[in-house]
Design a binder for this molecule. Structure first.
Ligand code: CA
Length: 230
């Protein structure tokens, strides 16, 4: 079995490096990012099984990172690592999609236990999802890159496919234009561009227009939502 890959996002160099060393010694392949942006870049370009996220980070904080990673990969396991120990902070971590939480200072052994438990759960629970994304009669196959509405095959460009994939991964949730810009175009949002609205229209013309039941809806001032049964 290949080594499980872990990304550590932690700005305290000493903690990050100690963790990396400990994890590598325990048969994991660990990588470190010392700030949020680098963490997100690594996350987007390589595949990881689990993320260890500090909360107070320069640039993007751990909560925000967790939300973004979760939006891209709903299967990813996240452990929040923090010196904040109040209940409210924990709640915020879980709200952001963390699977577990560990408060500094902590025992490496305890973290290792949590990591093993989470990865075990991934192995058992993570496989049968397959590579299909679905909402109502819309179906996207991530392997063959085919998109179907009912029995009708839809012909999308690469960018339209990525946009629809992002909407499907976040179905029943409003995504803002800046979320879309960040995840689909890999840019920070520029208010002067209407490229997202233009592409939403392209996708709508193919995915919704020819069919009676509209899946992609606009939330004025907030963004877009792909709504199952909506
Ligand atoms: Ca920190």
């Amino acid at each position: 079995m290949k080594n499980r890959r872990i990304l550590i996002v932690e700005d305290e160099k000493k903690i990050a490096d100690t963790l990396k060393k400990g994890l590598n010694e325990n048969g994991f392949e660990a990588e470190v990012a010392y700030e949020g942006k680098t963490g997100l870049k690594l996350f987007d370009t390589r595949s990881f099984d689990l993320i260890i996220l500090d909360i107070n980070l320069p640039g993007i904080n751990g909560y925000e990172l967790c939300k973004r990673m979760r939006a891209t990969d709903p299967q990813i396991r996240v452990i929040m690592l923090t010196s904040l120990s109040s209940l409210n902070d924990k709640m915020e971590g879980y709200d952001a999609g963390a699977d577990d939480y560990i408060v500094k200072p902590f025992e490496f052994k305890e973290l290792l236990m949590k990591i093993r438990a989470l990865l075990k759960r991934t192995l058992i629970g993570g496989i049968p999802t397959g590579n299909l994304l679905k909402a109502s009669d819309l179906e996207m196959n991530l392997d063959s890159k085919e998109v179907k509405r009912g029995e009708v095959m839809l012909n999308l460009t690469a960018k339209e496919f990525q946009l629809l994939e992002y909407l499907l991964r976040n179905k029943n949730r409003v995504v803002s234009r800046s979320d879309i810009a960040f995840h689909v175009w890999d840019i920070d949002f520029d208010t002067n561009t209407n490229v997202i609205d233009v592409y939403i229209n392209y996708v709508r013309n193919k995915v919704d227009k020819p069919f009676g039941h509209k899946l992609i809806q606009t939330h004025v001032g907030m963004g877009y939502i792909l709504k199952e049964n909506g």
